[in-house]
Design a protein around this ligand. Sequence first.
Ligand SMILES: Nc1ncnc2c1ncn2[C@@H]1O[C@H](COP(=O)(O)OP(=O)(O)OP(=O)(O)O)[C@@H](O)[C@H]1O
Length: 491
Amino acid sequence: MESKDLFTHVGSIIASFMFIWAMFQQYFPYELRHNIEKYSQRLLVFFYPYIQITFNEFTGDRFMRSDAYSAIENYLSSRSSTQAKRLKADIVKNSNQSLVLSMDDHEEVSDEYEGIKLWWRSGKNISKSQVFSFYPVTDEKRYYKLTFHKRHRDVILGPYLTSVLKEGRAIKVRNRMRKLYTNHGSNWSHVVFEHPATFQTLAMEPEKKKEIIDDLITFSKAEDFYARIGRAWKRGYLLYGPPGTGKSTMIAAMANLLGYDLYDLELTAVKDNTELRKLLIETSSKSIIVIEDIDCSLDLTGQRRKKKEEEDGNAKDPRQKIEKEERETKNSQVTLSGLLNFIDGLWSACGGERLIVFTTNYIEKLDPALIRKGRMDKHIELSYCNYEAFAVLAKNYLNLDSHKLFERVGELLGETEITPADVAEHLMPKTVPTDVEFSLRSLIKELELAKEEAKEKAAKKEAEAEAEAVEKLLVVNEEAKEEEKEVTTTS
Ligand SMILES: Nc1ncnc2c1ncn2[C@@H]1O[C@H](COP(=O)(O)OP(=O)(O)OP(=O)(O)O)[C@@H](O)[C@H]1O
C-alpha cells in the first residue's frame, strides 16, 4: 500500500472512531456512559500489567504548586534534555541565571532503577475556568504520569520514588537563588546572596583547604548517618584568627560550595533566649547560621557580669548607676546556656541540615563549654599570610604563577606577620594594564617595613623586660640590705 493510501485509511478510521465517540457521548445517558467507562477501565486493568501513578501540579490548594511535582520536574530535567524531542526552557533566577530544560507536554522519557525500566510522561488537562471573566479563561492542569510493571510495585513505590524526590529537591536547592538573612530583633529579613568567594580563591594551605572541603561535603551527604546514630543533622565550626585573615570569606565560600542560605545572626540585637529560640526555629534547612565575633556578642564567661558588679560598686553617683542600668537592660539578655541548649539539640525538631559557624578573633576568651567537641566539631585557624596563601592571591589578583620577586616575598613572609587582607590590598590593580612588578614591589616594601617595625617592637620589649628585671634585682637587694640592718641592730 502506498503511504498516501495508508494515511487515507488511518484518517478514515480515526474519523469513524470520533463519530462513534460523539454519538456515544450524545445519545447514551450519563449513568450508562459512566458505568461503561468504569467497567471498561476495570477490564483494562485486569489485562494491563502496568501500574500508573499521576502526580498533579496542583493538589488541593490551586495556588500552591505540589512539592512532589516540582521535585519530579527537576529530577527529570537532565533526562528530558537528552531524551525528549520537544523541550521547554526557562531561566532560573540564581546567581548564574542558568537555563533549565524540562520536557514539553505529552512527551515521554524513560528511566531505569536497579535494572527496572519505567517511563515518565508529561501531560495536561484543560478545563474551562469557573471564575467569571470577560475573556475565555482555561485552566491547564499539568501532571506527570509514571508507568511501571506491577511486579516492581514495592521497589518503585518505596526506594525509587524516595530517591526521585530527594534528588529532585536537591537539584531545586542547587538551582535556587540563595539568600542572606539578617535579624532585626526577632525577625529575619533577607537579600539575595551573591558573594563570589569560593574555596578556589581562598588563600590558605592546599591540604588544609582540602580537609575542610571534604568535611563539608561528607556532612552534606550524611543524612542517613545522622539518622542512624540519632543525632541532629548539624555541625559546628569555629573559625578563629586575627582580623582580615579570611573568616567571613571562608563562610561565603562554604555557602557557595554547598549551595546553602546564610543566616547572619546578630546576637546583640536578640532580646532574650525566647527570641533566640524563635529565630533559630525559623531558619530553613540547608543553611549556615553564622554568629560573628562571638566573644563580643555574649556574656560568655560570666566575667562581664562580675566586672559590671564591680563597676556598680565603684559608681558613687546614683545618676551614673541608673544610666549604667539602662544601658544594660537595652543589651541582649541571651545567655550562654540559652545558646548551648539550642546547639545541643533543642532544635533537632527542626530537621534538615544546618551548619553553625562561630567566628572570633580571640579564641582564648571563649568559654570551654562553648567550643568543646560535639558543639563546635571543627576548629579552623585562619592565620597570617604564608607563601602558599600568597601564591593563591597572586594567581587570583595578578594571574601570576611565578615571578622573579616571589622568592623575596616568600622570605619576608616567613619573617613577618601580615594578613591576607593586607597582601590582597597591594595586589589590587592600580594601573591599566596592571603593572605586576609595581604591585609586588609595593608588597615587598610593606613587608620590609613590617619586619623593621616588628624588630623595633621586639627590641623595645626586650629593653623593657631587662629594665624590669634590673628593677626587681634592685628591690631584692634593697630588701636584703634592710634585713641585714635589722639583724645587726637586734644582735
Ligand atoms: N584567606 C583569604 N583568602 C582570600 N582573600 C582573603 C583572605 N583573607 C582575607 N581576604 C581578603 O581580605 C578581605 C577581608 O577578609 P575577611 O573579611 O574575610 O576577614 P575576617 O577574618 O572575616 O576579618 P574580621 O575578623 O575583621 O571580620 C576580604 O574581602 C578578602 O578579599
